[in-house]
Design a protein around this ligand. Structure first.
Ligand code: ADP
Length: 185
């Protein structure tokens, strides 16, 4: 049973590390960015509403992502645990997550904070080249992270749930640090 949040700036490696953890621990990786991109690709009403914010590097509304997470966490495969990647991203989302997990009697076990230098992040995102990885959008996403998501570090720290992990280096090294952080908790 693994119930964790991967917290970190865009490009900190949440997606890559989350996928490896999902295989290792046999729990689903739940990434709001992926769920949103699927909705955009399928041209659903939700996808339509989310697209402009995503293209601009802004946050999609709390209401939208919270509804999405509630649906996903109540799927049977999330009963044995989950790796949340890219959610929560605001205090409102973190508070909603707390009440949802209390309701489901599946409290959060740990929040892994992936820490990387801004310079390295810009380099990684530029190399990745996804549609929303243009220089201007990257800059905006980093500003949005600092402004709206970084307060979660203190939020989870004060609850004794936060473990910082150095997220520079090889994928294998970073994975080993995360596994150590999880098993030590
Ligand atoms: P990255 O971590 O590189 O920013 P993601 O795939 O996690 O990539 O997110 C891509 C975009 O999807 C974000 O810039 C934002 O517009 C939207 N998004 C993803 N997760 C959330 C969330 N929890 N709340 C609001 N918007 C989100």
């Amino acid at each position: 049973m693994l119930k964790i949040v991967l917290l970190g700036a865009p490009g900190s490696g949440k997606g890559t590390q989350g996928a490896e953890l999902a295989t290792r621990y046999g729990v689903p990786q739940i990434a709001t960015g992926d769920l949103l991109r699927e909705a955009v690709a399928e041209d659903t009403e939700l996808g339509h509403a989310a697209k402009a914010a995503m293209d601009a590097g802004e946050l999609v509304s709390d209401e939208t992502v919270i509804a999405m997470i509630r649906d996903r966490l109540t799927e049977p495969d999330a009963e044995n645990g989950f790796i949340l990647d890219g959610f929560p991203r605001s205090l409102a989302q973190a508070e909603e997550l707390d009440s949802l997990l209390t309701e489901l009697d599946r409290p959060l076990q740990r929040v892994i904070h992936l820490q990387v230098d801004t310079e390295e992040i810009v380099q990684r995102l530029t190399d990745r080249g996804r549609g929303d990885d243009t220089e201007e959008t990257i800059r905006n996403r980093l500003a949005v992270f600092a402004d709206q998501t970084e307060p979660l570090v203190e939020y989870y720290e004060s609850r004794g749930l936060l473990t910082p992990v150095n997220a520079s280096g090889t994928i294998e090294d970073i994975q080993a640090r995360i596994v150590e952080a999880i098993e030590a908790a």
